[in-house]
Design a protein around this ligand. Structure first.
Ligand code: ADP
Ligand code: ADP
Length: 218
């Protein structure tokens, strides 16, 4: 479970996130809906401790994120800009991540299999399509078998098959008891993926509800 408590972020005079509080629970997909510029990415970066809040905090199972012993094992992330060395193969990228996070090497082939990249595992990432890059990002997020997974606009720019695959994956992870949090600026996407919905606009909480209730009342 992940708790966002009175989180705020200012960049100079811009208030990107404004006193935001919500809880993301395991066992279901929680959607994070808001127009471009609403503060979704900023919130997710703070949830992953990649960016410091101006005020407020984020707890993962009751513990502040920065005090978790091995963050990658607990929270996986698919953020938009994920650095992968283009000259490396998918296998070597994941192996490097596994070694730097003390994750058993055998897990690398497991996640390659899970995301369907086994046959291109030894090819250079430079030649990967956007969809293959997304799959690699997800493989990296799954590497430490984290109980919490964050996906920032994961279907953006994907082909229809990739979109269906990611939706299926997120639901499968939730069904396995993981906490899954996914952002989108499209209600149609949320309706197909999420059960619970957090809606923000201009950094503020607008709704914290079920997708069914949100659809029925909007
Ligand atoms: P979303 O992910 O919902 O599209 P963002 O979190 O990217 O929204 O942005 C929220 C607001 O914060 C926007 O007004 C954006 O311009 C601003 N912002 C985000 N990151 C920075 C930054 N590093 N410096 C200054 N302003 C930023
Ligand atoms: P199916 O097995 O028909 O694909 P599931 O609901 O069992 O349906 O799984 C949904 C998705 O969850 C799978 O397609 C896979 O991508 C992902 N998944 C399956 N097993 C695991 C696992 N052990 N760890 C992470 N993700 C998994």
């Amino acid at each position: 479970m992940i708790e966002v408590l009175n989180l705020s972020k200012r960049y100079g005079s811009t208030v990107a996130v404004d006193d935001l509080s919500f809880t993301v629970r395991p066992g279901q997909v929680t959607g994070f809906l808001g127009p471009n510029g609403a503060g979704k990415s900023t919130t997710m970066r703070m949830m992953l401790d990649l960016d410091r809040p101006t005020s407020g905090q984020v707890l993962v199972d009751g513990t502040p994120y920065r005090r978790l012993s091995e963050p990658l094992r607990r929270v996986g992330a698919l953020l938009e800009a994920r650095a992968v060395h283009p000259g490396r193969s998918a296998y070597h990228h994941l192996l490097w991540l596994a070694q730097s996070n003390r994750i058993p090497k055998a897990r690398v082939w497991e996640v390659l299999e899970l995301v369907g990249l086994t046959s291109v595992a030894k090819k250079r990432v430079r030649g990967f399509s956007l969809g293959m890059g997304q799959r690699l990002g997800i493989a990296a997020a799954l590497l430490g078998d984290p109980p919490v997974l964050l996906f920032d606009e994961p279907v953006n720019g994907l082909d229809p098959e990739g979109v269906l695959w990611i939706r299926h994956l997120m639901k499968g992870l939730a069904a396995r008891g993981r906490t899954v949090f996914v952002s989108s600026h499209l209600m149609s996407e949320m309706a197909l993926t999420a059960a619970h919905l957090i809606v923000i606009g201009r950094g503020r909480l607008l709704a914290d509800t079920t997708v069914d209730d949100f659809v029925a009342t909007h």
